[in-house]
Design a protein around this ligand. Structure first.
Ligand code: DC
Length: 225
């Protein structure tokens, strides 16, 4: 019998966490969970209901159900049963997610659900606190990083592709601001778990990077079987 494991992927924004997590989940035949999408779903709820006060957001939590559905093989996040995937990848929702994710009660609410999703293992989860808080017992923990300049360049290229006309220094400043917020918030700040394997992908091609990660995964699975 093949032993399933939990893979925790954390790291800075624009490091390609979700691309890597999806590829590894496919390789392993595991379930992929994008925890950032869960924070974005709560953020969307607060925007729809004009909730800005922390106490009001906490009081609304029992009325919020976050889930996932598969649509043509892709995972979409749901909010109270509605597929909201197309609404959550905006700057407005990203900023609101950054705010709601700093609230202790919001984190406890989502972490409990994330832990339930991992009960049967066979899961690849990405976020900021997966290897430190959600699954400190994960068998494979990856911590992704790249220089702020490389990440800003990636985001700049994405914006150009979307037909926007970004300013590189503004994109770089935004990357640095987000890093600061992610690492300095009081509740579960982004930090590397002591037993995480750090992957700096500044100078790795996607193929080179996945080769390293598949190798790490295979090594653990072989040790376990
Ligand atoms: O990865 P993302 O950009 O979709 O995340 C959205 C926001 O949620 C971002 O501000 C970081 C926060 N987040 C978090 O605090 N903990 C997680 N496990 C995942 C995301």
């Amino acid at each position: 019998m093949v032993n399933k494991i939990i893979v925790a992927i954390d790291g800075y924004s624009s490091c390609g966490k979700s691309t890597i997590a999806k590829a590894l989940a496919k390789y392993a035949g595991y379930t992929y969970v994008d925890t950032g999408a869960m924070y974005r779903a709560i953020a969307l709820y607060t925007l729809h209901h004009h909730l800005t006060e922390e106490a009001d957001i906490i009081a609304a939590l029992p009325a919020i159900q976050v889930g996932f559905v598969l649509v043509d093989g892709a995972q979409h996040v749901t909010l109270n049963g509605e597929d909201i995937e197309s609404q959550i990848r905006t700057l407005e929702v990203g900023n609101a997610a950054s705010r709601v994710s700093a609230i202790k009660e919001v984190r406890a609410f989502l972490v409990a659900q994330q832990q339930k999703m991992g009960l049967e293992k066979g899961i690849v989860m990405d976020g900021r606190d997966i290897g430190t808080v959600v699954f400190p017992q994960a068998e494979l923990k990856l911590f992704l990083t790249a220089t702020p300049e490389v990440r800003a360049q990636r985001r700049y290229d994405e914006l150009l592709e979307k037909g926007q006309t970004p300013d590189f220094s503004a994109v770089l400043a935004d990357v640095n601001d987000r890093d600061y917020r992610d690492t300095h918030r009081a509740e579960s700040p982004l930090r590397q778990a002591e037993d995480a394997i750090v992957i700096d992908n500044s100078n790795l091609t996607p193929d080179e990077q996945m080769k390293v990660i598949y190798g790490l995964f295979d090594k653990i699975i072989n040790l376990k079987s």
